[in-house]
Design a protein around this ligand. Sequence first.
Ligand code: AVJ
Length: 304
Amino acid sequence: MSSFAEDLHAALAGPEHTISPKYFYDAQGSTLFEQICELPEYYPTRTELALLRRHAGDFADRMGPGAQLIEYGAGALVKVRLLLERATRPHSFVPVDISGPHLLAACEALQREHPSLRILPVVADFTRPHVLPDAPPDGRRIGFFPGSSIGNFDPKEALEFLRLLREELDGGALLIGVDLIKDPARLHAAYNDAQGVTARFNLNLLRHAQRALGLECDPAGFDHYAFYDPRKHRIEMHLLPRGEQHLQLQGRRYTLVPGESLHTENSYKYSVESFQALAREAGFRPSAHWTDEQRWFSLHWLEA
Ligand code: AVJ
């Protein structure tokens, strides 16, 4: 049985009905996420892109020549282009992503722009042990984890994941994007956009399960629900059954009633200090950070 099926059975049967947000990202989910990144309310992407543009020279200096750039959750490869344009004779680029066809298409486009770049895509769930190509002979491994995807982990998982990266990047460094704690109203708007794209993205988890696993359910019977919990410093996304919802997965039947929401995502927010403390606990040495004037988003350089 695929891990998606196992995890969905566990979510439907369990008391919390929690499922990993990684299951948003089939081809359609990846496309919906790209649409989210363009939304006026969704500030993280454009704020981070501006920071990457503004400080690209600094990042290239810190990377050093002959580096192997590893991107975790590579998606459409938009942000990494800003690093690759400035990098000094990069040894290779290793994008890791769970959405295989989507990743390979993005790599083909990147290869056309950088004909001599060695691109070594790894189709994998980057949260699980994965095999990377060999480290470069004369440069460092530089991890790139933009977008505040670290926010999908709860603090304990984030610590474990950062420890894993620290080992993988030993002697190198990590450039990571982290969304900052801010006015709850602004956070709320970013996850409740007027066009309903985030709602479609959330509902795509059920559609993905219909397509990939033959899940029987009525996605139209669920509402998108996202809110900010200021005590936990996190956005929670849920799928809320409107009335009794009957689902069937591989012959097993489940019923969800209003109040039994499917919890599809957490997105944790940090302060610069709370994130640096977490990074230190994972064995990294924070050596620089950058934020926008509004202090909405941060980039951190962590030596491994
Ligand atoms: C990809 C995890 C960074 O948490 O903001 C966007 C995903 N979910 N809108 C985020 C997301 C709803 C995004 N991350």
